[in-house]
Structures are given as C-alpha cells and as structure tokens.
Design a protein. Structure first.
Lengths: 122, 196
C-alpha cells in the first residue's frame, strides 16, 4: 500500500499527488528498483540484444515496446508533453534504451549507490 | 609458486584475474594483490588480455564511457591504450592499442548487452574482497563538450561564490555596528546639553 502511494509522486502519472517524498522513501524505491533489476537482468539483456540485430529478434523488442506503450497510455497523463514524447515511437527508442542500460549497469552489490549517483546527476 | 586465479562471470562475458597475495601485508593465501595477468573473454569476440598496468585504465575507460552514454554526453573516450565510441545507439566500437611496436590495434564491435555484461564483470571484480587493484593514471581525452561543461561549472562557482561570501560577511560585520551607534540617542543627548 505504501509503495502504491509512493508511485503517485511521479508527476507524469494520472493519479499524481503532490506529497513530498521523504529521503528514506526515495532510498527505499531505489533499493526496490535495484533488486528488481538484478532479478530481471536476463530479460533486460535480451531486450537490449534484440535491438542490436533487429531483423533477427524484432519480436522481443516489438513486444516490449507495445507493452510499454500500453502501460503508459493506461497509467500516465497522456496530455503531458513529456508523456507524448514517451509514446512517440520515433523518439522513445533512445529513452527506453538508456533507461534499460541504467538498470543493467546497477545490478551489482553496490548497485544501489550507483543508481543513486546516476539519478542525482540527472 | 602457485598463482591464484579468480573468475567473474556475467552472461556472455567473463573476467579472469591471476596473481599472488601480498605476504608482506599478512594477507590470506587466497587473496590477489599482485596481479600478474588478466583475461577478458567476450563470447564471439577475440580474447582481451594484458598486464596489471592495463587493467585499471581499461576498467576506467568502460566506466567513463558508460557514464557519458547514459548522461546524454558525446559518448567518446580516447586514451593511449583504448578508444571507445558509439557507432549508433546500440553498437559500440572499441579500439585496443598494443604497447608493443608494429602490432596493429584490435578493433571490437559490441552491443549494449555485451557492454553491460562487461561492466558487471568489472563491478564484481571491484567489489570482490579477494582482489585489490592499485589505480594507475593514464592521460585521457574527455570530449570537448564535456570538458567545456566542467569548466563552465567551475567558472560559474568561482565567479559567484566570492561576491556572495563578501556580501554575507559585509552584512554580518555591519550589523554589529547597530549596537555601537544609535543616531537618535545622540540627537537626544545633544538636545539635553543645549536645551535651546
């Protein structure tokens, strides 16, 4: 329930609520993300690989991209300019690839600190 | 003397480190502090191996390049030993230059999946309590745009911070004079002395 509430701090969401996220909660979200990345690394890797030789593995990339767009349409505020950019298939490749790369670089034991540094640098 | 071997694996990449413990520091016999050789194996690519003085700069190159890649900077890293640049969003070109004369540089093309496997192998090595790596310094060329960005940041702070501190100290210093001099009190005193 707490995690569900924390997700609503994302200003791109339809259900955005202006709660000020606390540092502890921010840290907890990063830890959850890193643990999920460790668990999902084989899938993340396959999605990245499928884009390298698109003719051979296009099905994996297409499935992922379709599901990504479905989720964005379902849960995000599609009137926002930034969300429109995420939905635009000509522009969203770079955003998706870089997001997947960030997750794949943070699966080590110190992944939490790495992801935190990446996020503070943005 | 039998050398220790440690291997770090991540999907299609594996890194092997061979070396000895530093007995002068009372280290365990399974520790590696004096690295004599290392090998980086990437599936379907030529074997990369070298001496200890090459491992640190190659690891640094991969880390710096990956940071540039995800921070929307120009993803180019150049040094005497290794160049890495992006061919496109998915493929990266690595040029490994041999320190021996008349040896052609080794050119590798790896995708994002192999890049993340390699970085994860380096992470495992860095985090391993059984290996100690001494850092070496090799001059590198950071892309102009990035170095300009860094200079700009430093210049901005150099420009902004001194006057800011000066103004703060001026306010603090001058506020203390409020307790020493009151113009109203002085006028009242003068009136008492000269009632006319």
């Amino acid at each position: 329930m707490t995690i569900w509430k924390l997700r609503n701090n994302n200003p791109l969401r339809k259900s955005y609520v202006t709660n000020n996220i606390k540092l502890k909660e921010f840290d907890a979200l990063i830890r959850i993300t890193v643990e999920m990345s460790k668990y999902l690394y084989p899938y993340i890797r396959e999605i990245l690989k499928s884009k390298e030789d698109i003719e051979e593995n296009s099905a994996i990339w297409n499935d992922f991209n379709r599901r990504f767009i479905e989720l964005i349409k379902e849960r995000f505020n599609i009137d926002s300019v930034r969300v429109k950019k995420l939905l635009n298939q000509d522009e969203n490749d770079e955003i998706i690839i870089k997001s997947l790369l960030i997750l794949s670089f943070c699966i080590s034991n110190h992944g939490y600190q790495k992801l935190k540094n990446f996020l503070y640098d943005f | 003397m039998i050398q220790n071997r440690l291997s770090f694996h991540q999907s299609s990449a594996s890194l092997e480190v061979i070396g000895l413990p530093d007995y002068s520091n009372d280290e365990n016999k399974d520790q590696i502090s004096i690295i004599s050789q290392w090998k980086l194996t990437i599936v379907d690519k030529p074997l990369i191996e070298g001496k200890i003085e090459h491992l640190g700069p190659i690891m640094d190159a991969f880390y710096i390049y990956s940071n540039l890649l995800i921070k929307n900077e120009i993803p180019i890293y150049e040094s005497k030993l290794i160049d890495i640049k992006a061919d496109n969003l998915h493929i990266h070109s690595i040029v490994l230059k041999s320190s021996k004369p008349n040896v052609k540089p080794l050119v590798l093309k790896i995708g994002n999946s192999l890049l993340s496997d390699t970085i994860n192998c380096f992470d495992q090595l860095n985090e391993s309590p059984k290996v100690r790596i001494k850092k070496t310094n090799i001059p590198t060329k950071i892309p102009k745009k990035l170095s300009f960005g860094l200079n700009k940041k430093v210049k901005f702070f150099n420009f902004f911070i001194p006057p800011f501190i000066a103004i703060c100290s001026l306010i603090l210093f001058s506020s203390s004079f409020i307790y020493f001099y009151s113009p109203l009190e002085n006028i009242e005193k003068k009136e008492l002395i000269n009632p006319e």
